[in-house]
Design a protein around this ligand. Structure first.
Ligand code: SF4
Ligand code: SF4
Length: 667
């Protein structure tokens, strides 16, 4: 119980602290509000239960780094309970003879959990500090060649140290305070740890023990008062920002769906993001939700192959830049530097394969890939600044409607010798096969199209193709930042498709699948789109397609990013491989955690940025390490990249599309 002057001092301290925190929060909200768009609050009731459960269980955290995740959970769960503990301690300090939760069974359980969670926080935080400061876990570092805000390198370590010291002091002194009380009161079996510590004070005089309890109360609650105004500047604010991120950030048809730009509105002068304030509000908020854990960096294929791109550095740089310019940004001034000057280098922007691994793994729901795509848009649309080689692909898409530059008249050449009906020949198909530019024009990928044509014929599927009227979906243009070209292709394709009104669309290309299924909705095209693995599985299940199942080769399946991670089609390719008799062996990085082949994000059309190795070489090596005879793919881009990698490494492992493997197994 505090004395009256102490109560007044603490109340004043709390008022000052809360006012300082209010001013900082006001500024942060003002900075976040500089981004375009507005939060959709109507989402909150719908998501509240899900986000509460996810926050309590820490669902996104467990997907990687099990030991660090466990230590983090010890701290997080303890802190959830400490909301109660701090309220209880405050009330007990102010109200004479008050016992929070009472002296009955409820009070017993409360004291037990307070005691257990105190220890869990201390163990968890001590473990995390040992990992960072003694073991110096290399995954917490970023390579020197990556652009990092001058204050971030030391600031990251300093923030972690301050947060660590705060947590250990707050909880440590709370436990100590309880031990002094127990030394005076004669022990409490419901507080085993505080009881054990109290043994150290046995024989202590009452004034000394009272002073100890009193002092501990002040330190335990006093550090909160000191820490609250600082909280907003540290990664600890993710405690608030992460749940807000999950509650309010828009959800897309697929995480990789990009937002359409409005080219009809002539008042819009900025396309893409040149400066921080050109990002959306939730992209700015990402900087505050970021816990600087580098999990996204760990998952990034560009970073893993020695490129200068680190999605974590991008978020961290945004945070430090905002902290540095907070007052000016909050008052509406233009940010003093462009994103390319402080957040991410041009080279890093161009190294992104748009694989979405960073967004997928982030435990606080951040989306660094979206920032990179927006910066590319600004580079391409506002500054005409992009690699020379992309010009060829853009020209191909503009003039011949495919990035290979193959004339439309030759688009059906692959089907010579196969009986492939066009929509004119079969105007009422059950399935419209969207062949895609690569299977239609690339020599190697054509074999996939030919294999799939055989499967459809064998199963007696009533299908048709658009033939010469099919154009590129524009996926590469969109991910290269050329949103205007994508917009033109999307409008043209949607017009054709709406005229055909397909019951279902099937495609062998996950990029076509993703675009047709998830991104054309914004342009008036709402279609049921499936991958060829899904159709083949369906045909196998309904008995239309029978396999001899005599194949015995061991096969490892490479999940294309836009099939597995972006569209959650993971089991179907495996099911049909196994049904065709293949012995399936998995790579360490598979399913949603698959490693990119290196072609996505329009990388297919340009040289890779400088690094230690190629993304495709790295992925092929992972596949070769399984010892499989065959590397199965389900994407024409993956086919090209991994076939090239196999040749470069002189490997005997064959690269085949799942359709080719199925054809080999046909009766
Ligand atoms: S999308 Fe892929 S390549 Fe791009 S930053 Fe994220 S993880 Fe790296
Ligand atoms: S963006 Fe997410 S995954 Fe990356 S460092 Fe920040 S919190 Fe970690």
């Amino acid at each position: 119980m505090l004395t009256t002057p102490e109560k007044i001092v603490f109340a004043l301290l709390a008022l000052i602290t809360l006012y300082a925190a209010y001013l900082t929060a006001k500024r942060i909200i003002a900075v976040i509000s500089r981004g375009h768009g507005k939060p959709d609050w109507s989402q909150v009731p719908k998501r509240l239960l899900e986000v509460t459960g996810q926050t309590l269980v820490l669902t996104p955290v467990w997907r990687a780094r099990p030991i660090a995740s466990l230590l983090h959970a010890f701290v997080a769960w303890g802190f959830f309970f400490y909301i109660l503990v701090n309220i209880g301690d405050l009330l007990e300090g102010y109200i004479a003879d008050f016992s929070f939760m009472g002296t009955g069974r409820l009070g017993d359980y409360y004291r037990l959990f307070a005691d257990l969670f105190s220890v869990s926080v201390l163990v968890g935080m001590a473990g995390l500090m040992v990992r960072r400061f003694i073991l110096k876990d290399p995954s917490l570092k970023t390579r020197d060649s990556t652009l990092l805000h001058p204050k971030a390198a030391q600031g990251k370590a300093r923030d972690s140290l301050i947060v660590g010291i705060f947590v250990l002091t707050h909880v440590g002194f709370r436990l100590l305070g309880e031990s002094f009380h127990l030394a005076m009161e004669g022990g409490d079996r419901w507080q085993p740890f505080a009881n054990a510590v109290s043994g150290a004070w046995l024989g202590g005089s009452e004034p000394v023990l009272t002073f100890g309890a009193h002092f501990s109360w002040w330190i335990a609650l006093g550090v909160i008062m000191a820490f609250i105004p600082y909280l907003a500047y540290t990664k600890h604010i993710h405690l608030l920002m992460a749940p807000i991120n999950f509650l309010l950030t828009p959800r897309y048809n697929s995480p990789g769906e990009l937002e359409a730009l409005d080219f009809e509105d002539e008042s819009i002068e900025q396309f893409g993001a040149t400066r921080l304030e050109d990002l959306s509000w939730y992209q700015i908020m990402d900087a505050y939700a970021c816990i600087m854990c580098n999990r996204c960096q760990d998952a990034c294929p560009a970073y893993n192959t020695g490129k200068v791109l680190s999605p974590a550095a991008l978020e961290i740089n945004k945070r430090y830049f905002i902290n540095q310019e907070m007052k000016a940004l909050a008052s509406g001034e233009e940010s003093s530097q462009t994103l390319l000057e402080f957040a991410i280098s041009e080279e890093a922007v161009m190294a992104c394969t748009a694989c979405g691994a960073c967004t997928d793994i982030c435990p606080v729901g951040n989306d660094p890939m979206r920032d990179i795509m927006d910066i590319r848009r600004s580079m391409v649309l506002m500054e005409n600044n992009f690699p020379e080689q992309w010009q060829n692909a853009f020209r191909g898409m503009e003039r011949t409607t495919n990035p290979w530059g193959v004339p439309s008249a030759e688009r059906m050449n692959w089907a010579e010798g196969f009986d492939v009906p066009t929509i004119e020949q079969n105007p009422e198909p059950d399935v419209l096969w969207w062949v895609g530019c690569a299977p239609a024009t690339d020599n190697r990928a054509q074999k996939t199209a030919q294999a799939f044509a055989q499967i459809l014929a064998r199963a007696g599927v009533n299908y048709a193709v658009l033939g010469k009227n099919e154009q590129c979906t524009g996926d590469s243009a969109r991910r290269a930042g050329n949103e205007y070209l994508f917009y033109e292709l999307a409008l043209a394709n949607v017009e054709i498709l709406n005229e055909v009104a397909p019951k279902r669309i099937v495609t062998t290309c996950p990029h076509c699948l993703h675009t047709l299924k998830n991104e054309y909705q914004a342009f008036g095209g709402d279609y049921q789109v499936i991958h060829h693995s899904e159709l083949i599985e369906e045909l196998m299940k309904d008995g239309s397609l029978k396999l001899s199942a005599e194949q015995t080769a061991s096969v490892t399946f490479h999940d294309p990013c836009y099939l597995g991670r972006q569209n959650n089609i993971i089991e179907e390719p495996r099911d049909i491989l196994q049904s065709s008799g293949a012995q399936l062996v998995e790579m360490a990085l598979s399913g949603e955690k698959s490693f990119c082949c290196g072609a996505g994000g329009a990388q297919m059309w340009k040289e890779e940025e400088h690094g230690e190795t190629g993304v495709n070489l790295s992925r092929f090596k992972q596949a070769a390490e399984t010892g499989a005879d065959t590397l199965a793919v389900g994407c024409p881009f993956c086919m090209v990249m991994l076939t090239d990698a196999g040749k470069a490494q002189g490997s005997e492992m064959q690269v085949k599309d799942i359709a080719e493997i199925v054809v080999e197994g046909l009766d």
